[in-house]
Design a protein around this ligand. Structure first.
Ligand code: FES
Length: 400
């Protein structure tokens, strides 16, 4: 992890300074920069070429440390869409789906993916870059043959990507795609049970649409609150027709009772099947516990989770903002959820423990990593807000 060399803030993704320090530095070096400039520094029409060059030189010489980021400001003068480490993609379509949007993108470069992997999406909104991670919802063939990927994005109240999509983003707009990563992939060695909750259906759509043949039985349970909230409903029927070994059960929890996870675990064990779970961490934990009680199960559990689960204890968390303001929150859930419930601004990206954008300094107190169950020390250390929950009273120094 990198640390801003001016203010000491934790920073990631090859950025050498936090936004505030960059503005501050540019102000010292360049009277054109204003405190309201954002990190992406949009050109204003009245800036002359000389002024822009001066500014780029300031950034290049004094601010950047890696070669890629060294050349980025200069390349952006000629090609404003260039971002080191990202490739540009064109928005082809934004289609509203139940409580969300389907975003179809055409990457400019040679993106490669495996079904089930996720990608970093970067958009520019009001002069600032916003990064989020989304599982690719489309097939590998669609990318190889048509050069297209699809992301299915759940609408979130006040979510920045949701606002951007709702704001009427039009086909032809540019976005950026970072690295494709992830280990959540289908192994056709044994029969498979797949459990998807809500937007957790996206990797399974990609996996199943990418198959040319299905050699083992696959049973997919897709949990939604109401049947009409299921994404890609007609595609599941089509896939079941194509693959006789595939069965899909769209399970509307408000119309049927919640599924009995112990019973599901028993069926998985009886079939000697592998279990694939994509949904809230709590769902994965309950299934893990249910399977642990079945020692004869020989399969494997593959999971991709989001959101936190709580240990059930409510602890007080003190957040200290960069301005030195003390803000208190208490309750259950991840530190990020607690901060947000109290309206405390905290940086985040993927919300699933991948991107490290939410890393903050814990001053004291113990936290549990919700993904691994690992307990931290009681002393100062860096923690990920999105996947850490307080075990004792905790004090967190925020990066904003
Ligand atoms: S928000 Fe990505 S790791 Fe926490």
């Amino acid at each position: 992890m990198l640390v801003c060399f001016i203010c000491g803030n934790a920073i990631h993704f090859g950025v050498q300074m936090c936004a505030e320090s960059e503005v501050c530095m540019l102000q010292q070096l360049d009277p054109i920069a204003s405190p309201t400039d954002s990190i992406s520094h949009q050109r204003s029409p009245e800036q002359s070429v000389v002024q822009r060059l001066w500014r780029a030189c300031c950034k290049t010489v004094f601010v950047q440390s890696s070669f890629r980021s060294f050349i980025e400001p200069l390349v952006r003068l000629i090609s404003p869409g260039y971002l080191a480490g990202f490739q540009r993609a064109k928005v082809l379509m934004v289609q509203p789906i139940a409580s969300g949007y389907l975003l179809r993108l055409k990457p400019h470069g040679g993106l490669t993916m495996l079904p089930g992997q996720h990608v970093q999406l970067r958009i520019e909104q009001a002069g600032r870059f916003v990064d989020r991670f989304f599982t690719i919802a489309s097939s590998q063939q669609q990318l190889q043959q048509a050069g297209i990927i699809e992301l299915a994005i759940r609408q979130k109240p006040q979510g920045q990507i949701s606002e951007w999509l709702k704001g009427g983003i039009t086909p032809g707009a540019d976005v950026w795609l970072g690295d494709v990563a992830g280990q959540f992939q289908l192994h056709q060695e044994r029969p498979a049970w797949m459990i998807a909750a809500g937007s957790g259906i996206t990797p399974f759509r990609s996996m199943l649409q990418s198959l040319s043949r299905l050699t083992q039985p696959v049973h997919l349970i897709y949990l939604v609150k109401q049947a009409d909230q299921a994404w890609f409903a007609d595609e599941w029927t089509e896939l079941c027709r194509k693959f006789p070994l595939l069965t899909v059960d769209i399970w509307a929890t408000q119309q049927r009772s919640r599924p009995d996870l112990e019973q599901i675990a028993q069926q998985v064990a009886a079939m000697h099947a592998d279990l694939y779970v994509c949904g809230p961490n709590a769902l994965r934990q309950q299934l893990t516990q249910a399977l642990a009680a079945l020692p004869h199960w020989q399969g494997k559990l593959f999971s991709e989770t989001f959101g936190g689960s709580s240990s059930g204890d409510s602890q007080t968390v003190e957040f200290i903002s960069r301005a030195g303001q003390n803000l208190q929150a208490s309750g259950q859930g991840s530190l990020l959820q607690l901060a947000e419930q109290q309206g405390i601004a905290a940086k985040f990206g993927c919300r699933r423990g991948v991107c490290m954008q939410c890393v903050c300094q814990k001053q004291h107190g113990q936290v549990r990593n919700q993904l691994t169950g690992e307990l931290s020390s009681f002393g100062p250390e860096l923690v990920q807000l999105c996947v850490s929950e307080a075990v004792t009273p905790v004090t967190i120094q925020l990066s904003v």
